[in-house]
Design a binder for this molecule. Structure first.
Ligand code: UDX
Length: 449
């Protein structure tokens, strides 16, 4: 099939590459010429394991191209995926739908024949219905230009795998459209995803509102699960229990499950924090704000964990971090990513900086992004160097390479052997407390005695 993917950021670039991998002819569209030029040259402008190889392969074969022209996109595609970002508004908790609206406004006037536009972005429930009306209004093809909603669930660091082997596919169909149009939309999407459906990926075909909600509800549930275990970490700290063992024991109950039950400095990134805020704001608009009032606690618990790390650092520095050197291991919001959006690690680093600490950050992939956003922090080229003369080391993003470090080597350069583990993980994974203690370190961890 001939498919366009509009917006070549994180989601769009991955989707375009994976559509080509499924065998389609793909045209990626972006308003930023620099991004288009980079992708056309086979360069991925962010770090995502496995993506660059697939991009290079499909650009070289001509199966995947990029353009800045909506006119070209409209002529080329049978199906147009809208993959633009939906960030949080600068001055509220609501979702900024500017880019999503702009795709319809820019594409629709060129749609002269039948076409299916498919939204993938995470949007407040009700957005698809509004966009469908706008599309029919603007497109010369009128109601032959249809909208569908097909939320994405990909995780950074696993984006290719999540796209090619998703847990489920959700298709939101316009239930106000004539029956034949509904069937056509579903059929087109089934063709797009035929290789995945052949591989028995579960498929849910539903209405717009439910499709939109699957995504927001899933992220709200995941955020709640993390904050639940982080709330338990607070109880553990007050009672002398160990949250890593608690989580491991809870995980044996198949109804609870162990995934997303890792306590620590909490969730960040471009999705979970803004999605729970946007979801709560949307519920308010719908007059059912109380139904999601617990999400404010989920957010608050999450942010409290960051402050807890700051308190521990302060305690280990004798009550005040002003003028003290602090090493921060990690800047990305999670490992295997260079994304620093709403990163707990970088937020903690900035909180300490504002308290007067001299903070040196190390991250294997996200340091360049961090330096651009937070030039006031110091940056080191390796984790040992970051710890030089530090009074306390903070382990805040659980990159694999931190586990392999020799505590004695780090201890030889640090001013004092004190570490706060903000990502304590399961027993047997993460930094090994016993090894660090045996090497003479004071090891403190969130949620552990
Ligand atoms: C998330 C969803 O998982 C994905 O389905 C959705 O499409 C986009 O949002 P992502 O933001 O890439 O994906 O990261 P994810 O792996 O979900 O982690 C989110 C944050 O939660 C990270 O900061 C991570 O460190 C933290 N986390 C995750 C925990 O603190 N504990 C856990 O047990 C799991």
């Amino acid at each position: 099939m001939r498919i366009t993917v509009i917006g070549t950021g994180y989601l769009g670039a991955t989707h375009a590459v994976c559509m080509a991998e499924l065998g389609h002819q793909v045209l990626g569209v972006d308003v930023e010429p620099d991004k288009v030029a980079a992708l056309q040259a086979g360069r991925v402008p962010f770090y995502e394991p496995g993506l660059a190889e697939l991009l290079a392969k499909h650009v070289a074969s001509g199966q995947l191209r990029f353009t800045t022209s909506y006119q070209e996109a409209a002529r080329f595609g049978q199906v147009h995926f809208s993959c633009v970002g939906t960030p949080q508004q600068a001055d509220s908790h609501k979702v900024d739908l500017r880019h999503v609206d702009a795709v319809i406004e820019s594409l629709a006037p060129w749609l002269e024949g039948p076409a299916l536009v498919v939204g993938k972005s995470t949007v407040p429930v009700g957005t698809a219905a509004r966009l469908a009306a706008r599309l029919a209004e603007l497109a010369p093809a009128g109601s032959a230009a249809r909208l569908a909603w097909n939320p994405e669930f990909l995780r950074e660091g696993f984006a290719v795998e999540d796209s090619l082997r998703p847990d489920r596919l959700v298709l939101g169909i316009d239930r106000d459209a004539p029956r034949a149009d509904q069937e056509l939309a579903e059929q087109l999407l089934r063709e797009v995803y035929a290789p995945l459906l052949d591989a028995r990926t579960p498929l849910v075909v539903t209405d717009f509102a439910t499709a939109e909600l699957v995504k927001t509800a899933a992220n709200a549930f995941l955020a709640t699960k993390i904050s639940f275990i982080n709330a338990m970490a607070e109880i553990c700290e007050a009672s002398g229990a160990d949250v890593t063992q608690l989580a491991a024991s809870l995980a044996h109950d198949g109804r609870i499950g162990g995934r997303f039950l890792r306590a620590g400095v909490g969730f960040g990134g471009g999705c979970l924090p803004k999605d729970i805020r946007g979801f709560a704001a949307r519920a308010e608009e719908l007059g059912v704000g109380e139904a999601l009032s617990f999400l404010r606690d989920v957010d608050a618990i999450n942010l409290r964990r960051r402050e807890r790390v700051v308190d521990l650092a302060r305690e280990l520095c004798g009550g005040d971090v002003a003028g003290r050197r602090v090493a921060v291991w990690g800047a990305a919001f999670k490992p295997d990513s260079d994304d620093i959006r709403d990163s707990p690690a970088l937020d903690v680093a900035m909180r300490l900086h504002r308290l007067g600490a001299e903070v040196t950050v190390f991250d294997p992939k996200a340091a360049d992004n961090a330096r651009k956003l937070r030039p006031e922090l110091g940056y080191a080229l390796d984790p040992v160097d970051a710890a030089r003369d530090a009074e306390v080391v903070l382990h805040l993003t659980e990159w694999q390479e931190f586990r392999a470090l020799d505590p004695r080597q780090v201890g030889a350069v640090a001013a004092r052997p004190q570490i706060v583990d903000g990502r304590p993980d399961r027993p047997g994974a993460g930094l090994d407390a016993d090894t660090w203690r045996a090497a003479g370190w004071t090891y403190r961890a969130l949620g552990r005695p």
